[in-house]
Write a protein that binds this ligand. Structure first.
Ligand code: C2E
Ligand code: CA
Ligand code: CA
Ligand code: CA
Length: 279
């Protein structure tokens, strides 16, 4: 039973959303997604507030299945994590992202940081740090252009283990940010010991900037912590001028969100954003 949804069709009824039948359908479909070329990378601009320069792009995975239609990453990533498929998918994302970044540099465009989301399963895979280096080597991208986004939840789940893995990754010259910051339960003492580069303020705080003084206070506090620990800050989910002005006044370093630019396929991203930097 299909029902009409925002995008015309919804394959899954609400009862099916959480059902094991649905998980099996998605898991089976995922098995062929790579070989059938159903994945695509989208790039969302990250802009520095001090001079409005494009400094990076977050890589977001998109999946278009011939029958299921567009499936949200929030839906299929957890299923791919449970089945282990995320290792193969994540490697593909990493390689394509690195390759695209290198292609832009080779074209003579001003280099930007490419930020790739990291799943807990990839992060805990003992072969992962070597894989990252292998991909960078093979694609000939200097490590300083790659950033890995690790969610606060994963980082703080087992902080002592995370410190070791993060340090192994950072030793190779890439950078790392803590994603969805503010939604987990960070211990400041561990945060201090993570040698990461950046905190990414979760969009749930950003979207309420106008309406909620509590959220303004939380953002202020996060910016204060980041400053005292020498970490850069980026706010995600910035949707309005008002939010951007607040973040600029409070000293947030960078912004990302629909107000700056939606995630776009590589070619459109290049047309819309890369050129501005050079002009
Ligand atoms: P995330 O890493 O927190 O990514 C930010 C999400 O917010 C993205 O959703 C993005 O499209 C959306 N977004 C960006 N700007 C705005 C805005 O101004 N307003 C609002 N309301 N939303 C905005 P998306 O692309 O659906 O991805 C959802 C989640 O799926 C991501 O959350 C990330 O956890 C995961 N994900 C996406 N791609 C990958 C991937 O390649 N690997 C892994 N492991 N996870 C991924
Ligand atoms: Ca992210
Ligand atoms: Ca996030
Ligand atoms: Ca999120």
């Amino acid at each position: 039973a299909k029902q009409a949804g925002r995008n015309g069709f919804r394959f899954f009824t609400s009862e099916m959303q959480a059902s094991s039948a649905r998980v099996m359908i998605v898991e089976n479909a995922l098995r062929h997604a790579l070989e059938r070329d159903q994945f695509q990378l989208y790039f969302q601009p990250q802009v520095r507030l001090s001079d409005s320069q494009l400094v990076g792009a977050e890589v977001l995975l998109r999946w278009e299945h011939p029958e299921l239609g567009h499936v949200d990453p929030a839906d299929f990533i957890p299923i791919a994590e449970d089945s282990g498929q995320i290792l193969q998918i994540g490697e593909w994302v990493l390689r394509q992202a690195v390759r695209q970044c290198k292609a832009w540099i080779d074209k003579g465009l001003a280099p930007i940081l490419i930020a790739v989301n990291l799943s807990a399963v990839q992060f805990r895979d003992p072969r992962f740090p070597e894989l990252v280096m292998q991909v960078l080597r093979e694609e000939q991208l200097p490590p300083q252009y790659l950033e890995l986004e690790l969610t606060e939840g994963v980082a703080m789940d087992n902080p002592l283990e995370a410190i070791i893995i993060i340090n192994r990754l950072l030793a190779h010259g890439i950078s790392m940010s803590i994603d969805d910051f503010g939604t987990g339960y960070s211990s400041l003492s561990y945060l201090r010991r993570f040698d990461i580069n950046k905190l990414k303020i979760d969009q749930s705080f950003v979207c309420e900037i106008g309406a909620s003084s509590e959220n303004r206070a939380i953002i202020n506090a996060i910016l204060g912590v980041a400053k005292s620990l020498g970490l850069k800050t980026i706010a995600e989910g910035v949707e309005s001028e008002e939010q951007m002005t607040f973040l600029r006044e409070k000293g947030c370093d960078e912004v990302q969100g629909f107000f700056i630019g939606k995630p776009l396929p590589a070619e459109q991203f290049e047309e819309n954003f890369e050129r501005q930097v050079l002009s």
